[in-house]
Design a protein around this ligand. Structure first.
Ligand code: NAP
Length: 557
């Protein structure tokens, strides 16, 4: 029993721990730290054999983060930000992993993390007001709070092509890359997928394989990141201004502290818009999307058309062969309707190489029919390959939560509850599953923002909420039916007013066959979302209902 239990004597205080947290990435590490500092017993379970979450699993060549390094980190600790120094404008996967290991060591987190332990199921016991968490190795743990920190893009999606088991070469999904790496030097490599991952992989691998064949179903709008080393004096300036940087980031739509050149493009001529875009193109990365207020670009079709065409022209200018260039130019969706990828390594010029070729596997081209013993068979040809790389993404937002068998009140499973799409209040909780919190859960801003800031906001809100419950003798919390319905409706309405319905995307689950297509992240911005969450907490957790310890049977001591 923890100090917090001793204070409250509430139901559930005879559990093994106060909180089980699943996952030891940015979310799980910070949740552990905050709850432990407050006196709670916390146990983190992590499937991998180290901390890092996304950055533990995604070790494919070229893996790098699209958020700038000085904001892709925790803001809560002055000490960590004073002692850690990023080396490049955008952090590479090994450096982020090193950072998270550093944080785990600095905060002495490992002693409460069990590695290589997979949570298989969690079942709510209504009488006790507790969760029974079962691990894949058979261990069972009782906890009062069950908190998922499983990430939004962690359950790999791989298309179910016939014949893969007959393939005589090797195949890998980018997010399950072998520790020892893959030597491409004398190999014919085929990669399926040209999302953010595929684009990074292709730029990095082009020229390193005997031949690289890219199987592209939908072209994408990659904007140059303009990565470079961070200079010492530049880093000093960042440190000197960190408070201001974080304040600005927290107060923004995307959780990024970037100014817009103009809020809206409404009063500008097309020429002025293009000049602004050119300037931002040179700055690179998400600063391009901030040429105007990002929400403006994602709601105004006319402005978006200018932005989209601007990028198309840039693509055409980089690719020597006009036929290849046209295949690479997206025309099926507006910029931003899918998650915009970044270009770190002159992605489009990769296709000017003789040892890189592009196959259009869209319905208008030659769709993939199957994998054969020798390689990939499309409707037009068979491509001989030694290695197939699946850069085919994730069962996003809900996949990793639903991969656990979670059973709430009255035997209701999460799979049943979310069969027609996730239903949550604030993306933090779902009715029928008391005391279950989802860090960056569906219908929270998460993937539409700079993740560490969204994670910090969620973790701090959850910690405050648990503290509030104990101060007020509350045993359990869950959303009301009405607040949940309202939140789902609001999220959908906001998305309907933006351009997101113009593309098939993982934002809506379109990429996973059979998944109900519904827009999943909250698109109103981190700033608006934070205000809503703060107000809910200030109003004694308006929209949630509590059961009180006084109403519950007293725990055995
Ligand atoms: P993704 O964006 O879902 O891209 C998957 C790719 O695989 C798409 O090009 C898709 O084509 C293709 N694909 C899927 N099934 C296919 C099939 N049956 N036949 C042919 N092609 C198929 O996945 P991702 O690239 O892994 O990225 C997911 C998200 O992770 C990103 O959007 C981003 O949020 C995050 N991420 C971030 C970074 C970073 O920060 N640097 C890096 C990597 C990933 P369609 O487009 O036609 O569906």
């Amino acid at each position: 029993m923890s100090d917090a239990d001793a204070r409250t004597g509430r139901a559930g205080s005879n559990t093994d721990v106060d909180a089980v947290v699943v996952g030891a990435g940015f979310s799980g590490l910070y949740m552990l730290h905050r709850l432990r500092e407050r006196g709670y017993d916390v146990q983190v379970y992590e499937k991998g054999d180290g901390v890092g979450g996304t950055w533990y699993w995604n070790t494919y060549p070229g893996a790098r983060c699209d958020s700038e390094s000085h904001i892709y980190c925790y803001s809560f600790s002055d000490e960590i930000r004073e002692t850690w120094e990023w080396t490049e404008r955008y952090p590479e996967q090994p450096e982020i992993l090193e950072y998270l290991n550093y944080v785990a060591d600095e905060l002495d987190l490992r002693r409460d993390i069990a590695f290589e332990r997979e949570v298989e199921s969690a079942t709510y016991d209504e009488d006790a007001g507790t969760w029974t968490v079962a691990l894949a190795d058979g261990e069972v743990v009782e906890t009062r709070f069950f908190i998922t920190g499983v990430g939004c893009l962690s359950e790999p999606f791989k298309p179910d092509f016939d014949g893969l088991d007959e393939f005589e070469g090797e195949w890998h999904h980018t997010s399950r890359w072998p520790d020892e790496g893959v030597d491409f030097s004398d190999k014919h490599v085929g990669v399926i997928g040209t999302g953010s991952t595929g684009i990074q992989f292709i730029s990095e691998t082009g020229g390193k394989a005997e031949h690289l064949t890219v199987f592209q179903r939908t072209p994408n709008y990659a904007v140059p990141a303009r990565n470079r080393p961070l200079e010492d004096d530049e880093y000093e300036e960042i440190r000197a201004n960190y408070d201001e940087i974080w304040e600005k980031a927290r107060d923004s739509r995307l959780g990024m502290p970037f100014d817009h050149e103009h809020y809206s493009a409404a009063s500008l001529s097309e020429e002025e818009i293009r000049e602004t875009l050119e300037d931002r193109w040179q700055q690179g990365g998400f600063r391009f999307l901030h040429a105007f207020e990002p929400g403006h670009v994602l709601t105004n079709m006319e402005v978006n058309a200018v932005v989209s065409e601007f990028i198309r022209e840039k693509i055409r200018a980089k690719v020597d062969d006009p036929e290849t260039a046209e295949k690479l130019v997206p025309s099926d969706h507006p910029y931003g309707a899918k998650r915009p990828p970044m270009d770190y390594n002159d992605y489009y010029r990769t296709y000017n190489r003789d040892d890189v070729s592009l196959v259009d596997v869209s319905d208008d081209g030659e769709p993939i029919e199957r994998v054969t013993a020798r390689g990939i068979q499309t409707t037009a040809d068979e491509y001989d390959l030694d290695v197939i790389v699946f850069a085919t993404g994730f069962d996003a937002m809900t996949g990793a939560i639903l991969a656990m068998d979670i059973e709430g009140r009255d035997g209701l499973t999460m799979q049943e509850k979310w069969a027609d799409g996730p239903r949550t209040y604030l993306g933090l909780m779902t009715r029928g599953f008391p005391n279950l919190f989802t860090i960056t859960g569906p219908q929270s801003p998460s993937v539409l923002t700079n993740m560490p800031l969204s994670i910090e906001q969620h973790v701090e809100w959850i910690e405050d909420c648990i503290g509030y419950m104990d101060e007020h003798g509350h045993d359990t919390i869950e959303p009301t039916e009405a607040s949940e319905t309202q939140w789902v409706t609001n999220t959908n309405m906001l998305a309907d007013n933006m351009l997101f319905s113009e593309a098939d995307s993982w934002y809506r689950g379109d990429n996973v066959p059979g998944k109900t297509a519904v827009f999943t992240p909250f698109p109103g911005g981190l700033d608006m979302y934070r205000d809503i969450c703060d107000r809910v907490a200030r109003d004694d957790y308006d929209g949630f209902e509590f059961s009180d310890a006084a109403d519950a049977p007293l725990p055995e001591q």
